[in-house]
Design a protein around this ligand. Structure first.
Ligand code: ATR
Length: 278
């Protein structure tokens, strides 16, 4: 009987229970995935009582991905490097922290676009928040060698590149510069919250000319079809959606907890129907 869960605040609308219950079922594993909504001023006391719950593992979401770190016994390399944890595995009572954001994203793209994303692909990341950091880290780790970052506050893009030692491969850009040069990129990844419901009429960037066979990806999944992706679609791009990333990250966490790796393709359609029904 696997005891799993999620900590964060607020998490009432989280899709994680649905996903993990499906994953458990797909593997014929008995278990539960509970929401632990912890109010910010009660974080420490709640984490101490969570230690006594004998969970097998749990996910960590906003605003606790950094705050959880002092309560961990160990951390994997990506989590250490990114200074953020989204998955905890309990091993012999020890809490071990992982970060599956970047690697989940990477596997989500490569599972469907193996031929589009190559080591030599020129990649553009829009945004410089936690998601951008995770994705940038995973791409460099996986050997993709030309990854530029554009951000409204260009200093933040510079900082990520510097911290992850990417100066040799990456250029920091303003959003305007990125818009002007967008046709240079084989892969363009939107990592900010711009375009998320209820601001569905917003897009972080305007563009008219894209590279042939380019792949455009948005991590926003509410709505599934963002303004950014709709524009890319009009210009003939391949599209990669935020909910695909969400599912792959969950599968990575599930693999860390159970050692099993369910197939995303078997669940994706069902998941899309859940999102469309919201
Ligand atoms: P996280 O990825 O950590 O969850 P987020 O709040 O979703 O963070 O997104 C932060 C990113 O979105 C930043 O790159 C931020 O740009 P700044 O660094 O300039 O603040 C970007 N962002 C948020 N709102 C934006 C907007 N209206 N226009 C342009 N960029 C925006």
């Amino acid at each position: 009987m696997m005891k799993l869960g999620l900590i964060g605040y607020p998490i009432g609308h989280s899709l994680s229970p649905w996903i993990h219950n499906q994953l458990l079922e797909s593997q014929n594993l008995e278990g539960s995935y509970q929401l632990y909504e912890i109010e910010p001023d009660k974080f420490e006391e709640n984490i101490k009582s969570l230690k006594k719950e004998n969970l097998d593992g749990f996910n960590v979401t906003v605003p606790y991905k950094e705050q959880i770190i002092p309560f961990l016994d160990e951390m994997d390399q990506a989590a250490e490097f990114l200074g953020a944890v989204n998955t905890v595995k309990v091993e012999d009572g020890k809490w071990v922290g992982y970060n599956t954001d970047g690697i989940g994203y990477f596997s989500s793209v490569t599972s469907r676009f193996e031929n589009t994303l190559k080591d030599t692909s020129k990649v553009l990341i829009l945004g410089s928040g936690g998601a951008a950091r995770g994705i940038y880290h995973a791409f460099l780790q996986k050997g993709v060698r030309q990854v530029d970052i554009a951000n409204r506050t260009v200093q933040k893009a510079e900082q990520i590149i510097k911290e992850l030692n990417g100066e040799e491969f990456s250029e920091p850009l303003t959003i305007q510069e990125a818009g002007d040069r967008i046709s240079e990129y084989e892969v363009v990844i939107q990592t900010t919250s711009v375009g998320m419901s209820p601001n569905e009429n917003q897009s972080i960037i305007d563009f008219d000319d894209i590279k042939e066979n380019a792949l455009f990806s948005d991590i926003v999944y509410r709505p599934m079809n963002t303004k950014f992706l709709k524009r890319a679609d009009e210009l003939g791009a391949f599209l990669h959606y935020g909910h695909e990333m969400l599912l792959h990250q969950a599968i990575y966490a599930f693999k860390i907890w159970t050692g099993r790796e369910p197939e995303a393709s078997e669940l994706i359609e069902k998941f899309e129907n859940v999102l469309k029904g919201e």
